[in-house]
Design a protein around this ligand. Structure first.
Ligand code: GLN
Length: 518
């Protein structure tokens, strides 16, 4: 009895939010026990996975104790995430906890305020486990553009828990790997062109990019402000529904956040999806799609049919331009957003690091321009620089009309095309990525092939639509199981429909229950 109880307590890290929250609410476990179990798990597997840039054990235990204290007073949990350990992408400002955006330019940055979305989580009683690795400033699809390695033994960045020789995807690769490896109960990430869904797909977890405006972007380091959105990365669709509620809502600090009511998504889940219409766009199943990925998605579509869904062939011819549009608009916004890192106010600075600490060193920098140039040249990685240059170019006087303005027009067409299709279908189903996880170094020197791995996730961002990646099966390679995700795209504010169908799918499939061998 003691043994089995002990075993049960040790395995707490593998719980979903739903299960952990039921146990916390009934008093079967405490938040401190749950948090300790997660840190034990981290001790066991983090040296292989490398999901985190910063771990906050003391703070986490303090938050867990506070959660338990509140429970002792009122005999109830304040919310479904009260006492639940959550990992946060290191792009969210966390007050008093180092926040790097995985860039050297912010390697000593400790924020003085908290992002709205994380503040909402802590208000509901959630526990911050640590800050996860990502592609530098969220730019990338493999977490390889991160400036950080999580331990000395690490010869590369965060690894895919299903095959340690492969990337976890990106840019929220650390969050996805942490969830897949049970190094947290759930995580949050950001999605500008696929950064929640693509790593979710490659690591076999659930990742939801909400409608633009659903979650406040305040305090999340901006990559491309008209595309960025915060979302949950979880072990199940039900957990994504739970977490989404606490993340969402209007925020006076983000004028693009919506005043629309936040429903209790998890309570409203309706798995009876009979009669729903789901469109299959032929353009997402063409050249370049791995045959095994195609097979798995077709099986997924058949599962949906067996749930009574009507599958309808559709066409989205304009979406083929979405990637080109994205790689004009996104760098334009990046170049403007990253201008604030000037080497003066915060983060890595040529002046601060070399001259100010002692006050005695000779100030060799001649003028302001040199401060900017030197700080930025040292602080930013190659991918950030590439995008700053691309962005400055498309915004420059001679090229603005030819590139930026034209891309904005095509963006409107992409959105219109989706709107038209959603007058006929409730959701759209597609693969998330053309291939399963690739190996380290395979695409890093060829930016174009890296960019192409986002071809199926990018189109929803310029249109502002919500979309989810859910585990759909595994491709085999060299004796390893490589996860494949299925994408469901919804109309604006169609989160509930996505969650209903996703939940129904997970009630008849078991892919999301499989665990990597670590
Ligand atoms: N991988 C895409 C890019 O490199 C998307 C990034 C993101 O969604 N943050 O831009």
């Amino acid at each position: 009895m003691i043994n089995s109880q002990c075993e049960m307590k040790n395995n707490l890290y593998s719980l979903t939010i739903k299960k952990a929250s039921d146990k916390l609410a009934s008093g079967e476990i405490t938040s401190v026990e749950l948090t300790e179990a997660v840190f034990e798990r981290i001790d066991h597997v983090e040296s292989k996975v490398g999901a985190y840039i910063t771990l906050c054990k003391e703070k986490a235990l303090e938050m867990a104790r506070e959660s338990d204290k509140q429970y002792a007073i009122s005999h109830k949990r304040r919310s479904k995430i009260d006492g639940i350990p959550i990992a946060v992408k290191d792009l969210f400002l966390t007050k008093g906890v180092k926040t790097t955006a995985a860039s050297n330019i912010l390697n000593d940055f400790i924020p003085i305020h908290e992002s709205t979305s994380t503040k909402n989580l802590w208000k509901a009683g959630a526990v911050l486990i640590g800050k996860t690795n990502l592609d530098q400033f969220a730019m990338g699809s493999s977490t390889e553009t991160s400036a950080y390695k999580t331990s000395k033994e690490f010869d590369s960045t965060t690894r895919n828990p299903w095959d340690l020789d492969r990337v976890p995807g990106g840019s929220s690769g650390g969050s996805a790997a942490a969830v897949a490896a049970d190094e947290c109960i759930a995580a949050i990430g950001t999605d500008t062109g696929g950064s929640i869904r693509q790593p979710a797909s490659l690591c076999s977890i659930t990742g939801l990019k909400p409608t633009y405006g659903r979650v406040s972007r305040f305090g999340v380091m901006a990559m491309a402000s008209s595309l960025d959105q915060v979302g949950p990365m979880t072990k199940t669709v039900e957990d994504a529904a739970i977490l989404l509620k606490y993340l969402s809502g209007w925020d006076k600090y983000d004028s693009t956040s919506s005043k629309k009511d936040v429903p209790d998504y998890a309570e409203l889940i309706n798995k009876d999806i009979k009669g729903s219409k789901i469109g299959v766009p032929k353009e997402f199943f063409g050249e370049g799609l791995d045959s095994k990925v195609n097979e798995i998605i077709q099986e997924g579509i058949n599962q949906l049919k067996s749930l009574g869904v009507e599958i309808i062939d559709i066409s989205l011819p304009i979406t083929k331009y979405a990637l080109a549009v994205y790689y004009i608009l996104m760098p334009a916004e990046v170049s403007s957003n990253l201008a604030r890192f000037d080497g003066i106010r915060y983060g890595h600075s040529r002046i601060k690091n070399k001259a100010m600490p002692t006050g005695r060193q000779e100030l060799r920098i001649k003028n302001l321009e040199e401060v900017y140039c030197k700080s930025r040249a040292e602080g930013f990685g190659a991918e950030a620089k590439r995008r700053i240059m691309l962005g400055s170019y498309v915004l420059s006087a001679g090229y603005y009309d030819a590139y930026y303005k034209k891309a904005q027009k095509v963006r409107t067409l992409v959105k219109k095309e989706f709107d038209e299709v959603f007058s006929k279908v409730d959701l759209i189903v597609t693969p998330v990525t053309p291939t399963p996880a690739f190996k380290f170094g395979e695409k890093v020197s060829d930016p174009l092939s890296m960019y192409l791995s986002d071809i199926m996730t990018v189109p929803v961002n310029p249109a502002g639509l919500p979309a989810i990646s859910i585990p759909a099966g595994f491709a085999e390679s060299e004796g390893k199981k490589l996860p494949v995700g299925l994408q469901l795209i919804g109309p604006m504010w169609g989160e509930q429909t996505i969650l209903n169908v996703g939940c129904a799918f997970q009630s008849v499939t078991e892919h999301h229950l499989a665990k990597p061998n670590l």
